[in-house]
Design a protein around this ligand. Structure first.
Ligand SMILES: [Zn+2]
Length: 79
């Protein structure tokens, strides 16, 4: 057994991804709903800084089960 191919990358159920997003928005961190491991946060490039408001996408990755969730975390950041 060697590296898992890309196609086996697991995803969360929509309800799980929403729970991760809600936890992140509320506390700035999230844990995996499946194995309760603290999730790693990765920034997703794609917008330029300095353009003012832009959608901010967050990528939360579980180091244990390797599932990941991508969501828009920009809610409530405007003044
Ligand atoms: Zn996990």
């Amino acid at each position: 057994m060697q590296d898992a191919p890309e196609t086996t990358r697991a995803q969360y159920e929509p309800a799980e991804a929403e729970a991760i997003r809600a936890a992140f928005v509320a506390t700035g961190a999230a844990e995996c709903p499946r194995c309760r491991a603290p999730m790693l946060r990765r920034a997703i490039g794609g917008g330029s800084f300095g353009l003012g408001y832009a959608r901010r996408r967050e990528w939360m990755l579980c180091p244990r089960c390797r599932r990941s969730a991508i969501f828009d975390a920009a809610r409530g950041t405007r003044t």
